[in-house]
Design a protein around this ligand. Structure first.
Ligand code: CA
Length: 494
């Protein structure tokens, strides 16, 4: 090669090698493009108390914004319908038998978790509000302590509805105000105070509307004369069901107490009238708590708009599980029946999701961590049992996407709900109450309200056989070897 060409080549090569400054600038630009993630989760907020999900009980215009401007998932299910296990499944991407949280209140925080992966990938991470995975026991200060968060400010245990004590990076502080407002204020502060050169990940977790449903005065007044519509299955007599529904202690008529209704029933009420009065009081307070939640989420979304963050921030809204709002004479959750199994899941991501889209894809709480990691450009760890559903966000269903899901509830606990596990497909649900040795099968197409157990019906013999085979297959592939079937740690109120 002639010297003049060699020189030219060298100049061209040098032009191709970016300087350290250019490399840093490029890294900063890539960081600026990686989406921020806000994961908003409430506690015990049933999808059927959200108007975007067709609620007949309440209007939730602010939560609905996420459906209008993003995507609504119609088949999102919890793998164990109780608070603490669901939170652990969300953080680890694993079922209870592998993450070690089947019922109790502590997570082993040394295990890998979503926020740790995001932090390692350069995200500024925060956790504000209800944690409920331990770390508050002075005798065991390290156990369950939130790990992998640059900032955390959590309620101890269940936390209080008013003037809450909160633990900010390990320091206990007494705050004043209504807890739903306080958690929103602190979440906004976290975003305002973030470092500007990193994307952020915020878990913004409400306590509301957990039992015993204490609304702020403004919302209490709004609902004080509210008359809730009575659910179609309100007077379910459990005929044909296993013994579990009857044995449980989460019935509207017999188990809601004076603390729940904030006072004694009027003298002389009994039977059906008393049951309706209790239900009315329950719904008035529950919905008032939800209305405040909705207003606060609206306030947070408005903050994102005004601060110019809405465009590049993924916003998710969900609840740790579903909840019974009088269906089958129940409050609370735990059972694999629809109202408790179903989670709301709304997601807005303006650059990736078409406004007003709806997915019927079957997603689970163990999928949330894989999704968020995938969205952040982080490789999903092979030991997570959930799967990223990023393609579903643009309407693509990946090959082999699940058409059935495995569920397991472990311990009778606070509401004496018999242990059970089962399988749900798009059409059927098979439940095995393993300690009672009793089965239930529902044809959700013909009987969406789960009033007719068809397990013994010969017309469904083939379906039973297929579902049992699928149940065994899933238990095997998920490595559920009954690790917690008998020796369970102490329960907590969930
Ligand atoms: Ca909960």
């Amino acid at each position: 090669m002639k010297p003049v060409f060699r020189g030219l080549l060298l100049v061209m090569l040098l032009l191709c090698i970016p300087s350290a400054d250019a490399r840093q600038n490029r890294a900063r630009q890539a960081d600026a493009q990686r989406p921020n993630i806000v994961f908003i989760m409430s506690d015990d907020h049933a999808a059927h108390a959200i108007s975007a999900y067709g609620s007949k009980l309440i209007q939730t215009p602010h939560i609905d914004r996420l459906a209008k401007e993003g995507m609504k998932f119609e088949n999102c299910f919890v793998t164990n319908s109780i608070c603490t296990p669901s939170r652990a499944a969300i953080l680890t991407g694993k079922y209870a038998h592998l993450n070690g949280v089947p019922v109790f209140n502590h997570i082993d925080s040394t295990q890998p978790q979503l926020q740790k992966y995001l932090q390692a990938a350069g995200y500024h991470t925060g956790m504000v509000g209800k944690w409920h995975l331990g770390g508050n026991d002075p005798k065991r200060p390290e156990e369950g302590k939130p790990a992998g968060f640059d900032y955390w400010n959590i309620l101890p245990g269940q936390g209080a509805y008013f003037d809450p004590v909160m633990i900010e990076n390990g320091q206990r502080k007494k705050l004043s105000g209504y807890t739903t407002d306080v958690i929103t204020d602190l979440s906004i502060e976290f975003v305002k105070n973030r470092p500007q050169d990193k994307p952020f990940f915020l878990m913004y977790h409400h306590k509301a509307p957990h039992r015993n449903w204490q609304p702020a005065e403004k919302y209490r007044k709004q609902y004080e004369n509210y008359e809730p519509p009575i659910p179609a299955t309100f007077d379910d007599d459990y005929k044909g069901k296993s013994d579990a529904a009857r044995q449980s202690t989460m019935h509207i008529d017999t188990d809601l107490n004076d603390n729940d209704t904030k006072g004694k029933p009027p003298a002389g009420l009994s039977g059906a009238a008393l049951k309706r009065w209790k239900f009315k009081r329950y719904m008035q307070d529950y919905l008032a708590c939800v209305q405040s939640l909705d207003d606060n989420i609206g306030r947070f979304l408005e903050f994102l708009d005004k601060s110019g963050l809405a465009q590049n921030t993924i916003v998710i809204y969900t609840s740790d599980q579903g909840f019974f709002l009088g269906e089958h004479n129940f409050y609370d959750k735990r059972f694999m029946y629809e109202e408790s199994l179903r989670m709301p899941f709304l997601i807005r991501w303006p650059s990736r999701i078409k406004s007003g889209s709806v997915s019927k894809g079957m997603i689970l709480n163990v999928d949330f961590a894989p999704l968020m990691l995938d969205a952040a450009g982080v490789k999903v760890p092979a030991d997570m049992q959930g799967r990223s559903f990023l393609p579903l966000l643009s309407g693509q269903t990946p090959a082999g996407w699940r058409t059935s899901m495995y569920y397991r509830y472990y311990h009778p606990g606070h509401h004496n709900v018999a242990a059970h596990y089962g399988i749900r497909t798009h059409r059927y649900k098979l439940i095995f109450f393993n300690k009672l040795n009793q089965w239930e099968l529902y044809d959700l197409q013909k009987d969406p309200q789960e009033m007719k157990n068809v397990y013994q019906d010969p017309a469904y013999a083939k379906v039973v056989e297929q579902l049992k085979a699928e149940l065994l297959r899933q238990r095997k592939s998920l490595n559920d070897n009954d690790q917690f079937a008998d020796a369970l740690p102490q329960d907590d109120v969930g």
